[in-house]
Design a protein around this ligand. Structure first.
Ligand code: SF4
Length: 985
């Protein structure tokens, strides 16, 4: 193994089994002194801060769990009052290797969510028309039986894909995908392509892995596209390590048109025009290349330059030197002056930054999260060009560099894995988008409304597409069609704009009320985190074991694991469908699997080191995870691609023609590092396990070539030869498109550090801190269009307009406006629906087919409840919901919604009121079809729907990858283009 094992000062979260771990009561790291030692978590006494100046002691049992407010999965400690059984606070878990005891404001605010007087405590069933607001209480049994009957019927009819599970933030690894696989349903849908799809494609084309894992703490140069220090992935764990890197002298470069809090901490802030980032990055690349300031040896060994020369320049000698010359030729046009013209960043500033990058050596930690990769057509090229810099500097898998995400996470195998689904789902994986990452989720209403299919059962799970997705009124139009969606069950802890259009609203647990297992690439190591229902664990510690989480959760709030197991049994009560067996206890065939069975097996069999660590403490592996809530699997993980492969092992063969190495599939591998996600088997049923490099077999990368793919034969073969190399395309919001005096590029994607989409709507502390999303505009622009700070403006897109206030600030580059996406929650009932801490009561009208208007009747205001704070709400702002006026912009390759909009911003008219929204979904439909026309559909080589090597959740069987029938999608007649920002084909 070439894995580096040096210990990094200040970044050793530690093994709770080791003596220097704070949770073990050993030597504390600086700043951790305030944490109770783990050996006293069962019985901890401290003074009640709220009782001050009285000295009132409280006794707690402290239970670790995991925050559910974003995908960072930071550790929390729940302080459960021993006397009352109430959770009194959440603080950080020092035993968590990712977050190390630290949280953002959203972690402790979990307490608000648990206590929220508006939360849903019982299953609810719709009465009256869908969306009309009639509800009655029902039982879990009512809902389970109805849903199970419908799902069973779909399966018996051999229509498995009429069942769909649509997840917002999963917050778990593998459980629900396993459920769907057990049902034989290719019905997984996600929010990925309104979020990270573009970034994923950019990385996946290079290395087969679709996310980066920067080693910020050890970096010499940190290059961020977007605001990772305050709000990007993985926010708090990354932020701590960025600061550590800075403290050790790392230089911080931030590319963002907006002066984010992150940019304010940067050594270099480059407010490039949105969408022009690839031009900037390629100019930096050119500086490295022409100045011979790149890592020649790394590029020679690990880049598929031979494939490039062989395919595109067979006239040249097949030598690395001729490739270097070719590289110089290819990027010769990306001069500093060219980049200045595209980005608006002075050439000299780009040169200075290029010098910084050149000095990074192998320690360039870089990340692209949302920003232009989620903003523009071709946004995936931002990630592709960013990783080009990692490749050129040799900062791949190095200390201080950037690794593939899969090296730094651990997704354990469950007791037994159901087979792959047999049928391909064209509602989520349509032929037009064979390279998409992943499901074309935000186009679902369009697909349904144009007759591509219908659903019998639709689960929205902690997901709010009416509000979170673009073009929400198209969602309303689809969700209200019972002929298109037979049953809609919203699995959600809170009411939301989408839950309002459900048939069942089923209350599932918050962060401290459910079991989940997860692992994320927070640093150069891997860990697992265990979310658990804290009052249940507290009751068990108290000698009152609970058979079902509903016994200890508030009301009838249920955890999802138990819900899915129960639902699966009801779908297949006698086992005749072959489903039930996947939900039977591993050691008690025929008996229903419990959550302890499931996780106990995993911790016992599938997490290296955990059984031994547990044995050292005299507990079971499950007991260990219940005690600490997290376990560090590996630390200091680097250069996995360079791991030698033993070619002397039985069954290992090297293909002389390609240099690829094949061998038996290692069954014990975790799910995230299945050797190579290439389905095409090697000789004798083997799988790819490596690649020959300079005469030695190495693990390599899970790409077709086994190397980093500067040249993507996949793009070439699937219809995009002009984009096979890292390059730049002009976007739908390019500067040259801003031709009118009121035209701007709108950035609608940025986060505020204390809020996160739908989830924080029921956290009173957070909404008190942030409750407005004004439109950022530069003073020069404000003067030009005649508005002053706080004035109302109309922001017009292709499909509608909204009315919001402006914030005049030099923190945004001229020509660009920005608006945070967290705000503008709404409800249709004065008292019910979306939480009143964060929403306004609105009047929503459909004035004619496709034409919708929304007017805010009230903003936030006090209300009576069991929480006295609800009568003290002093803020009236709730912000303006901007996503409604965004027509869908599906990138033809990544499938990502290109969020950025070309907008016109004008002073509001006399009849305009803050929060007004007008939208025409018939225009949304036309814009959708304009973008759809840019695609180059499957089948690709071999008659495939999708390249087999590309990642895909819930991968169907190899047969399902093959197109065997004519296209079922309607041609989708395209009207005359109407959108001012329609991209060019
Ligand atoms: S970053 Fe904040 S919201 Fe996200 S998991 Fe950590 S504490 Fe929770």
């Amino acid at each position: 193994m070439s894995q580096t094992t040096r210990r990094r000062p200040g970044s050793d979260p530690g093994d709770p089994g080791s003596t220097d771990h704070p949770a073990a009561g050993g030597a504390m790291q600086p700043g951790f002194e305030a944490f109770p030692p783990a050996d006293r978590w069962d019985d901890w006494t401290e003074l009640d801060a709220k009782a001050w100046p009285e000295r009132v002691e409280r006794r707690y049992t402290i239970v670790p769990t995991t925050c559910f407010n974003c995908e960072s999965a930071c550790g929390l400690l729940a302080y459960v009052d021993k006397e009352t059984g109430e959770i009194r606070k959440f603080e950080g878990n020092p035993a968590h290797p990712g977050s190390r005891g630290r949280n953002c404001a959203k972690g402790p605010a979990t307490r608000n969510q648990v206590d929220d007087p508006e939360r849903i405590l019982h299953p609810m069933r719709r009465t009256g028309p869908r969306g009309a607001g009639g509800w009655e209480r029902c039982t879990w049994d009512d809902a389970l039986d109805d849903l199970a009957t419908r799902i069973r019927a779909a399966l018996v009819r051999d229509e498995p894909n009429k069942v769909m599970y649509h997840v917002g933030r999963p917050g778990e690894d593998g459980f629900t995908e396993r459920v769907l696989a057990a049902w034989g349903v290719d019905g997984h849908n996600s929010h990925t392509n309104i979020c990270s799809a573009g970034g994923r494609v950019g990385y996946a084309l290079w290395m087969g892995y679709d996310r980066p894992s920067p080693d910020y703490a050890n970096a010499r140069v940190i290059l961020l596209i977007s605001a990772h220090l305050e709000s990007g992935h993985y926010f708090n764990p990354h932020a701590q390590r960025i600061i550590e890197g800075k403290r050790r002298g790392a230089r911080l470069i931030v590319i963002d048109p907006r002066l984010s809090n992150t940019a304010s901490q940067a050594d270099h802030w480059l407010p490039a025009w949105p969408g022009s980032e690839p031009a900037l990055l390629l100019a930096i690349a050119r500086e490295l290349i022409v100045g011979d300031r790149f890592d020649r040896e790394f590029v020679r060994r690990w880049v598929n330059w031979e494939e490039y020369l062989g395919a595109e320049r067979p006239d040249l000698p097949l030598t690395f030197e001729s490739f270097v010359d070719e590289l110089k030729r290819l990027y010769d046009g990306y001069t500093l002056e060219y980049a200045e013209a595209e980005t608006g960043i002075p050439a000299e500033q780009i040169r200075v930054v290029a010098d910084e990058v050149a000095r990074a050596g192998g320690a360039l930690a870089a990340h692209n999260w949302r920003a232009s990769s989620a903003g523009v057509i071709g946004g995936w090229l931002t990630a592709r060009c960013l990783f080009f810099l990692n490749v050129l500097t040799g900062s791949v898998g190095t200390p201080g560099g950037t690794s593939p995400n899969a090296w730094d996470k651990w997704v354990p195998r469950p007791p037994y894995m159901p087979p792959h689904p047999k049928q391909w789902n064209e509602l989520t994986w349509p032929r037009e988008y064979p390279l998409a990452f992943f499901e074309m989720s935000f186009l679902l209403p369009h697909f349904l409304l144009e007759g591509r299919g219908a659903l019998d059962v639709y689960f929205s799970r902690v997901y709010n597409p009416v509000w979170t997705n673009p073009d929400g009124m198209s969602w309303v139009e689809a969700l209200t069609r019972e002929d298109l969606i037979g049953r809609h069950a919203a699995l959600t802890p809170v009411w939301s704009e989408t839950a309002w259009y459900a048939d069942y609203v089923l209350p599932v647990g918050l962060g401290g009320e459910r079991h989940d297992l997860h692992s994320y690439e927070t640093h150069a190591g891997s860990w697992i985190g265990f979310r658990q229902p804290v009052t249940r664990v507290a009751a068990e510690r108290d000698g009152r074991p609970a058979a079902d989480t509903r016994e200890t959760n508030p009301g009838e709030v249920w955890e999802e694991n138990e819900f899915w197991i129960e639902l699966s049994w009801r779908i297949d009560p006698d086992g005749s469908l072959g489903i039930r067996r996947w939900f039977e206890a591993p050691d008690r065939p025929g008996e229903k699997m419990t959550v302890d069975d499931y996780y106990g097996w995993i911790f016992e069999h599938s997490v290296p080191g955990l059984p031994a660590a547990a044995a050292r403490e005299g507990v079971t592996p499950l007991g260990y995870m219940r005690k600490y809530g997290a376990f560090e699997v590996e630390r200091d993980v680097y250069a996995r691609h360079d791991d030698p492969v033993d070619t002397g092992r039985p069954g290992v063969v090297v293909d002389d023609a390609t240099g690829l190495v094949f061998g038996p599939k290692p069954d014990a591998a975790p799910l995230n590092v299945v050797p190579v996600p290439l389905m095409a088997p090697g000789p004798g049923g083997t799988v790819r396990v490596g690649v020959d490099v300079d005469g030695g077999a190495r693990r390599g990368f899970p790409t077709p070539s086994g190397r980093l793919e500067f040249y993507s034969a996949t793009l070439r073969d699937w219809g995009w030869p002009e984009l096979a190399l890292p390059t730049y395309v002009v976007s739908q919001v390019a500067r040259e498109r801003m031709t009118g005096p009121n035209d701007f590029a709108l950035i609608p994607t940025f986060r505020l550090p204390v809020l996160v989409h739908t989830r924080t709507g029921n956290a009173k502390w957070l909404n008190e801190i942030a409750h407005a999303n004004p439109v950022w505009i530069h003073p020069v622009d404000a003067a030009r269009i005649g508005v002053r700070n706080g004035d109302l403006v109309r922001v017009e897109t292709d499909s509608g307009y909204l009315v919001n206030r402006v914030w005049v600030t030099e923190g945004i580059r001229p020509g660009v406006v920005a608006c945070s996406h967290h705000m503008g929650r709404w409800r249709l009932d004065p008292e019910a629906g979306t939480d009143r801490w964060s929403s306004g009561h609105v009047d929503l009208r459909q004035t004619e087919p496709g034409r919708w208007t929304m007017r805010r009747l009230t903003g936030a205001r006090p209300f009576a409840s069991s929480d006295p704070d609800s009568s003290r709400i002093w803020w009236r702002d709730v912000g303006v919901h901007q996503n409604l006026i965004f027509p869908p912009h599906p990138d033809p390759i990544s499938g990502a919604h290109a969020w950025h909009q070309k907008v016109a911003v004008r002073p509001a008219g006399p009849d305009d009121r803050e929060g007004d929204i007008s939208v025409d979904t018939t225009i949304s439909r036309r814009v959708y079809r304009e973008w759809l026309a840019l695609t180059r559909p499957a089948p690709g080589p071999g008659g495939l729907r999708r390249p087999e090597w590309l990642l895909r959740p819930l991968r169907p069987t190899p047969d399902a990858y093959r197109v065997t029938d004519p296209a079922v999608a309607p041609a989708g007649a395209i009207d005359e283009p109407t959108s001012s920002s329609a991209p060019r084909a």
